[in-house]
Ligand binder design. Structure first.
Ligand SMILES: O=P(O)(O)OC[C@H]1O[C@](O)(COP(=O)(O)O)[C@@H](O)[C@@H]1O
Ligand SMILES: [Mn+2]
Length: 645
């Protein structure tokens, strides 16, 4: 028996036997429904336009639903217009209003069509679940429209009357927006982002705003997200890192227009210190044009070099503070022979392609000069006191984690570090060795400490440094490579030095037995469970498949990031898990002008249709039903009194 205090608390919400019983009936009905559709994306890398389009179009499924609803009789042009309206209702309505094209007749027809689509996409849910997804002000009306009997003449009249009065009182546009949002909400029941929202692409901040308003989303942190979260805690190496990557991709908009980070101190410093230096290796890539903050590439190259040099200095300092990171061989600023113009990496000497270091003291190469120190102080303040960034980072904390077990799937961005022999690799943290699930749980806590521990606590400071280790450390589960060769890329010509050895996980996890080992480690059944992974682009054009280990592992980094599309040959994947199957949608490069339907292939049919009762949510509901039954029993036995008004 539950304790009485708990039942009393429940009785506030269900004050009578009738109220509790009707909720039992409602929840039991939900248990018997097919599970909602889950969507999985990974490695969004700031590609806001492509991602938002995929999300709003449910990766092509909404278009399919339109075609099905109107049994293929609607002309394609109208289908496209309707689809666009559903994806971007406010924008399309605005355009139509400017053209004076959204007249009463158009609104009437549109509402009718949207209601038909709503009916189609809500058919697998209970009336109550659908109602809960409606905006309160229109819930009653939408509910009526969805359940009208078209064979009944009186009801048909009633139906037209409702629509007419919506238009008469001039809330037609608001009503249309509400219907469009409901359709999208019903199509994607829940959303999983397997990490790397940030960096490379133009506007991760816009993606974060979109996710912030999504009804059900969880995030498994990627190394790039961790780097931004670290920057928000004030970690200097992470701050330099996010600035360096953004500048190198010419993504000034995300910094200046997005997060309002003032780059003027950096640009003035760079222009002065690197005045005579062409900074050839530091010219930014130009995958996207900046809309708001176009920066002259010559200046951008100088800013890029300035922040890179500072980054290598502060990274060296972190490594010195933490011998336990075992990264001394990565303090390459100290491996430079400034007279010879060479650097020694892993015992081998290489000529450096750039030897102009006006801010480096060869005797103390990790020391920042006065100006660099002042610059970092200013930059750190703008990260620490950044309202929007902190809103986004808090969301990453509240909705994110190192991993998640969700409906018998195990989700994480990088890897579970392994040794060559297939055992889990141990990482020494805070004097103790952790591996496998224990490592992931421990690191989850450490990431929390970085942000939430008081500023002056030693534990907090240690965790903040550790955010940088997670970005690029050899045993970091979100990174999963033996080293990060950023220094070599900038300063050495020999591509042999660019190699970043992958953790043995990547070789082993393509075999079923190792996936089973990992699933068991996380308490999941080896039958019917999957691992869903991002981080490593799948090279489709070289014949690689995202489905590995006999269907147990899905690697869904398909290259939504423009920078990686030439490697993968496509423009990203969506994994879609509904009650019948797991399917992969393969996307073509995003084109604003023309919607392209993705190639969807079913990768696994489930043996029995998956019902809500079979899911994590179902288990939660079962607990709720049993509590409610106890509440009813307590009322019946007189232990608690009903509150009949
Ligand atoms: O392709 P870029 O942007 O120059 O970055 C390369 C660096 O990014 C990394 O691939 C990490 O980023 P990912 O998590 O997106 O793979 C490093 O291993 C590598 O050094
Ligand atoms: Mn990654």
């Amino acid at each position: 028996m539950r304790d009485l205090a708990y039942l009393k608390l429940m009785s506030r919400e269900y004050p009578t036997i009738k109220a509790a019983s009707s909720e039992i009936i409602n929840l039991t009905a939900i248990q018997g429904l097919p599970k909602g559709t889950e969507y999985f994306f990974s490695d969004l890398h700031g590609e806001h336009e492509a991602f938002i389009h995929l999300l709003r179009s449910a990766s092509g499924i909404i278009r399919e639903k339109i075609t099905e609803t109107f049994s293929h009789i609607m002309p394609e042009k109208e289908e496209v217009e309707l689809a666009n309206l559903i994806y971007y209702p406010e924008k399309v309505l605005n355009q139509l209003e400017c053209l004076e094209a959204a007249d009463d007749e158009w609104q009437r027809v549109t509402i009718y069509r949207l209601v038909q689509i709503c009916k189609m996409v809500s058919s697998k849910y209970t009336r109550s679940k659908v109602r809960k997804k409606m905006p309160a002000e229109f819930a009653y009306v939408i509910d009526e429209l969805l359940h009208v009997d078209y064979n009944d003449d009186n009801k048909r009249v009633y139906y037209s009357e409702i629509i007419r009065s919506i238009i008469d009182i001039e809330v037609g546009d608001k009503f249309i927006v509400a219907l469009c949002e409901l359709i999208k909400n019903l199509t994607i029941d829940s959303l999983h982002i397997i990490g790397d929202i940030f960096d490379r692409g133009p506007r991760a901040d816009i993606i974060m705003n979109e996710l912030l308003h999504f009804h059900d989303v969880d995030i498994q942190w990627g190394n790039h997200d961790i780097s931004w979260m670290g920057a928000a805690t004030g970690n200097l190496a992470c701050i330099c890192n996010v600035l360096r990557i953004a500048i190198s991709y010419n993504s000034f908009d995300v910094l200046e227009d997005g997060y309002g980070i003032n780059l003027r101190p950096l640009s003035m410093f760079a222009a002065r210190v690197y005045k005579e230096d062409p900074c050839e290796r530091f010219f930014p890539m130009t995958l996207d044009e900046n809309i708001y903050d176009a920066v002259d590439p010559i200046l951008a190259a100088k800013m890029h070099k300035a922040i890179t040099v500072i980054q290598f200095k502060v990274e060296g300092q972190i490594i010195k503070r933490h011998p336990e990171y075992e990264m001394n061989d990565r303090i390459l600023m100290e491996a430079i022979d400034f007279k010879q113009g060479t650097v020694t990496v892993e015992g081998k000497e290489y000529p450096m392609v750039d030897t102009f270091f006006p801010t480096v003291d060869p005797e103390h190469p990790l020391e920042l000069n006065k100006e660099e120190e002042e610059l970092l102080r200013v930059l750190q303040l703008s990260f620490l006191h950044n309202g929007l960034l902190h809103k986004h980072v808090r969301f990453l904390y509240s909705h994110g984690s190192m991993y998640k077990c969700s409906n018998s799937n195990l989700l994480y961005h990088g890897c579970i570090p392994m040794k060559e022999d297939g055992s889990f690799e141990e990482l020494m943290v805070d004097g103790k060795a952790y591996c496998g699930k224990a490592l992931m749980d421990y690191l989850d806590q450490k990431v929390q400490n970085a942000y939430f521990m008081p500023e002056d606590s030693p534990e907090g400071a240690d965790a903040r440094d550790f955010m940088w280790y997670l970005w690029c450390g050899a045993k970091s589960p979100v990174y999963g490579k033996g080293k990060m060769t950023t220094f070599e890329h900038y300063f050495i010509d020999d591509p042999q030095t660019y190699k970043e050895p992958m953790n043995p996980y990547y070789r082993l996890s393509v075999k079923e037995e190792y996936c089973d080992k990992i699933l068991e480690e996380f308490g999941l059944s080896i039958e019917g469970s999957h691992i869903i992974n991002g981080h490593v682009p799948v090279k489709i054009k070289e014949g690689e498949s995202p489905v590995k280990a006999g269907g147990k592992l899905f690697l869904i980094d398909g290259g939504l990031s423009k920078a990686y599309q030439s490697k993968t040959g496509i423009a990203g994947y969506t994994l879609i898990y509904n009650s019948n199957h797991l399917a992969l949608a393969e996307h073509k490069p995003f084109n604003r002008e023309q919607e392209s339907t993705p190639k969807v292939s079913v990768v696994e049919h489930v043996k029995h249709r998956v019902m809500v009762a079979d899911t994590d949510k179902g288990a939660e509901l079962a607990g709720r039903i049993s509590d409610l039954k106890e509440l009813v029993a307590a009322y019946r036995e007189g232990i608690l009194k009903e509150n009949v008004e």
